[in-house]
Design a binder for this molecule. Sequence first.
Ligand code: ADP
Length: 513
Amino acid sequence: MKSKTSSPKKSRLRQISIKWKIFLFLLGFCGVLLLLLWFFQVIFLNSFYKGIKINEIKATANTIEKSINDEDIETIIATVSENNDICIKVLSSSGETIYSSHVVKGCIIHSKPEFDEKALHSEVTNNDGELFQYYNHDGYTRETEPETVPNSDPELSETTEVQTKPPTAEKEKDKDTLIYSKTIVNANNEELTLVLNSMISPVNATVNTLRVQLYYITAFMILFSVILALIIAKWISRPIEAINNSAKMLATGDYSTRFKGTGYQEIAELSDTLNYTAKELSKVELLRQELIANISHDLRTPLTLISGYAEAMRDLPDENNSENAQIIVDETKRLTTLVNDVMDISKLQTGNISIHRQPYNLTASLGDSINRMNKLMEMDGYQIDFIADRDVTLAADETRISQAFYNLLTNAINYTGEDKKITVTQTIFPNPADDLADWVKIEVADSGEGIAEADLPYIWDRYYKVDKTHKRAVTGTGLGLSIVKSILDMHHGDYGVTSKINEGSVFWFTLKI
Ligand code: ADP
């Protein structure tokens, strides 16, 4: 049930064009950014500013407190006072000024004689040794923050606003001075009062300016998101559309289609992959066409011969002889071989065939094949010699290995020279590619006209025939070596050929013992 209800939603989401998706993401991003700006620049600016000022004044007070017993305390006070734009006084418990630094013009602690320094000590002590006071410089009104502090001065108490909450924006407008007082104890165990006076610039005007600016920024950012989304979407989607169009052409069977992916790396990689796919598909298509052409050609020749000779034997009594019957038999065999080869190669190359490895005597098996072949070819004057150093037993699929060997042997018989000699050699060698383990090498050498260097890399391919006009090429299927290759690949064996024009070829393969 769940998947049923969620799937239309998903598909609807999939159908949203990239343009809108990018726009929504950008809008979301801008929204978060603007929200942060609003919060920090408009709503919290005041508290941030105040917090920074409080920290600054506290840090200055701590510096002085730590150095109160130093000899050069006066210099220290003068320096920190100058550096932070804070007026400083150090008072004795009875309110007399011990040290003083006056750096801000018109600060309350230096310029207002009404500032009651005498009462300050007890006021601070009563407030746990720490007191914050906010003053309006002109009106000399005062409020305490953050805690209520009883005020003993009747003159000041009249104008005192005591509050536990941070001042509202309206009130804050008037307060331009922060006085921080702290009780400290010096080395002589005397209680001193540290008074620091810092000016606070009113932030309300700034906040208003920022607010107006943020209205403009918000409007601009939304517009900018739309434009940027359109540009990015076009930039991203254009190559995708181009690739999609090419893919549609490829789907209709046009393998010459080329994918042009420009703009960014991913699309370039995708188009490279698709170009490669198109190339491979066209190869497969070419092979398919070649296969059909080759098979139909190879089928047509024996079929024409068979039907031609059969008709002649039927209609002309003179032609009804064993020679013609033999031609029909030979051509039928060729057809069988062709069909078998095609079946084998398709099975081998699609991996639809498995090999059954079993230990057997390779030397004996090869000897049997050669004997059988010798018996068959003796009449035609062919001679196959077999040289083996010793009997070799290995685990392999005997039928398949025999098939591969038989293919090499047939080729050698087909292509050998006038002497009609073929030599098969079996040698054992330590294979450097396999930690010098023992491997066996079978070589089939003929004395034929050899294979041109340029053709060597291709003879193992399906349907490759070196010389199409060669007398035997008509009989071959062009699949023999391809079958040898597949069988040895399945056995993890090696194979190859060395050939010299007019001297002959040596086809070989190796197997692990
Ligand atoms: P075919 O059935 O045509 O022999 P193969 O795959 O067995 O097909 O061989 C591919 C091609 O390699 C042959 O057409 C032939 O030109 C060449 N070839 C194979 N074996 C020999 C050989 N012993 N001497 C010369 N050429 C060979």
